[in-house]
Unconditional design. Structure first.
Length: 315
């Protein structure tokens, strides 16, 4: 019989925390699952660790393949999965013991269950439209593949089809595509269902922010939202585009103060076209023309955003 849940762990040079990750999954209170470990051409001892677990526990399956990156590795795991539902876990993270149980109990009459790495500071249900808007801004919902259950039939190959130039943002694009693919609202699990370990060596922490990267990401996001409804979400898209300039303005203010780059010219045009109302921080970033002043203002914005994030005030 096929299990209810397939837990997919992409593995790449993860031997340091891999035992903790796998043990946390095998010790779940919910037991009707399979664990698929997809070794993405690891060069350390990860492959051996995966094979050892498969020998000891029949719920574990191991797939070894050449290195293709996290996105292709998740896709391969989905192709091999037998479960009705898919749960993703990164190889340096782990699951609380009741994570799958808490997510699975909310699967009736929905196609996605969304959980959190920390207990959120709100407890209201979100409509499908709310979820779409908050997945674009990442304000109320984590734009990650982990801490969720996805109905396996949703995860078709096109969901994972991205250019490698957007390394670091595949997760958000994947979830945006899914939000516009489903026709009923996700269910929200207002509990901690994931233990996230911040890895400063990961792509999201080592990639350099640039206007070229933001431009490519914006184009991929735009084609991921149906053209007949994208105008309804321009407020969230413009907010996200402006938010993406913050780190660039801090590290390379000279790229922002002149507003001559085609991406910035288009951004300013869209702000006017869609009558987007800039908040005070955004107004400063758009209008300041002195590098030192811009860098100082953006630093204050970053401090404010960090405090709000730590206090759970993103909503």
């Amino acid at each position: 019989m096929n299990p209810q849940i397939s837990v997919i762990v992409p593995v790449y040079n993860g031997e340091r925390f891999l035992h903790e990750c796998i043990d946390s999954i095998l010790n779940q209170s919910f037991t009707d699952f399979e664990l698929i470990l997809v070794d993405d051409g690891s060069k350390d001892g990860s492959a051996h660790i995966c094979d050892d677990y498969a020998k000891k526990d029949q719920r574990v399956r191991v797939i070894h393949k050449q290195n293709e990156g996290i996105n292709a590795t998740r896709r391969r795991g989905v192709r091999e999965a037998n479960g009705t539902w898919i749960n993703f876990c990164d190889n340096d993270d782990s699951l609380p013991q009741d994570a799958l149980e808490n997510l699975y109990c909310l699967t009736e009459n929905t196609d996605i269950v969304i959980g959190f790495p920390d207990t959120p500071n709100y407890r209201r249900e979100l409509s499908l439209d709310d979820c779409r808007r908050n997945m674009i801004t990442a304000k109320l919902l984590p734009p990650t593949p982990w801490a969720k259950l996805y109905r396996r039939s949703l995860l078709t190959d096109d969901i994972f089809d991205f250019p490698r130039e957007i390394d670091g943002e595949e997760d958000m694009i994947m979830n945006i595509r899914l939000m516009f693919k489903i026709t009923r609202a996700p269910h929200i699990c207002f509990k901690k269902v994931y233990n996230f370990r911040r890895n400063t060596a990961s792509v999201s922490h080592t990639k350099l922010a640039s206007l070229e990267h933001e431009e490519i990401f914006d184009k991929i996001r735009a084609i991921s939202i149906p053209s007949d409804v994208i105008s309804c979400y321009m407020s969230e898209i413009l907010w996200s585009r402006l938010n993406g300039l913050v780190s660039i303005a801090f590290n390379n203010p000279e790229f922002i103060v002149e507003w001559k780059h085609p991406y910035l010219i288009q951004l300013k045009s869209d702000i006017k076209r869609y009558q987007y109302k800039l908040n005070f921080s955004q107004w400063l970033m758009v209008h300041i023309r002195t590098k030192k002043i811009l860098k100082l203002c953006v630093f204050m914005i970053m401090v404010k955003n960090f405090i709000r994030y730590r206090l759970g005030l993103n909503n």
